[in-house]
Design a protein around this ligand. Sequence first.
Ligand code: SAM
Ligand code: SF4
Length: 330
Amino acid sequence: MIDPFGRRISYLRVSVTDRCDLRCVYCMAEDMTFLPKAQILSLEELDRLCGAFIGLGVERIRLTGGEPLVRRDVMRLVRSLGERIGPRGLKELTLTTNGTQLTKHAEGLYAAGVRRINVSLDSLDPGRFKALTRWGEIEKTLDGIFAAKAAGLAVKINAVAMKGVNEDEFDRMIAWCGEHGFDLTLIETMPLGEINEDRTDQYLPLSVVRRRLRETWTLEETDYATGGPARYMTIRETGQRLGFITPMTHNFCESCNRVRLTCTGTLYMCLGQEDAADLRAVLRDPAVDEAGLREAIEAAIARKPKGHDFVIDRRQNRPAVGRHMSVTGG
Ligand code: SAM
Ligand code: SF4
């Protein structure tokens, strides 16, 4: 699948649920209203849709959410997608998780063919972790991370960089990741969804962070790429990679290879735009066969926009798009 700007679409992110067992302050409001179950695609429907995307050339699928591992029986979908890994199918199946359920699922993930996962961890300080996630216990996430490592999964830690919140911790996190063999990616906050807080207070440009980190660490350029939006450097002292996802300071849209499917079957062609395609209606229409489903997907890709236009400033303190990251899938 090639979009109107010549970008090959080979990466699908699938949000399998909008629900979560945490309430990270930058992601959700505390009293979120979740979607009624009837609107949510069944695991079989999600599997069928993913199959159609793979048939059209998608090579990598990342399951996300909400928290993907809180969806009941989600491992059934993981196993079924894992069976599609092969020379003419998927090259890679990955997952982004908050880690709370990993002690239960790490071995199953590995057995299904998952080899890499991203775990979100914004702070190593228990009190701060609790404040940031509202409901989280850091021990649970850390146990999950080490269970994943023990199961043979490569772990990358994702941390959202927030001004005045965790900006004093990045040196410690780099050292900790180095000690345990994890890569680390820092993410700028994006203006997605109402969160009951002022985003201008949270926004910390990673250009500033990188300059500060250079005072302690030797950051070496690399051409390592995972197909995602992160730019990676290698930290000479630890040998681990450090990624930067900078939607606000650097527009990464030129090389965008991805689309995002929500748990209701809505396909968003861009994280930062409202346009979407309703694939659930197509999927549930008895008159539409596999060819019709493929046509609907291709028609959506033909509308993929050139890019987003995120802005966080004081005059315009509104989200760029109304939906939360937990809906579109981070
Ligand atoms: N629950 C899983 C987790 O936390 O990893 C998967 C979904 S979560 C929405 C995916 C990623 O999006 C997390 O790394 C989270 O930190 C990030 N995220 C959520 N809201 C964000 C925002 N407004 N700006 C930047 N990153 C955000
Ligand atoms: Fe849940 Fe992930 Fe959002 Fe945190 S970032 S509230 S863990 S979906």
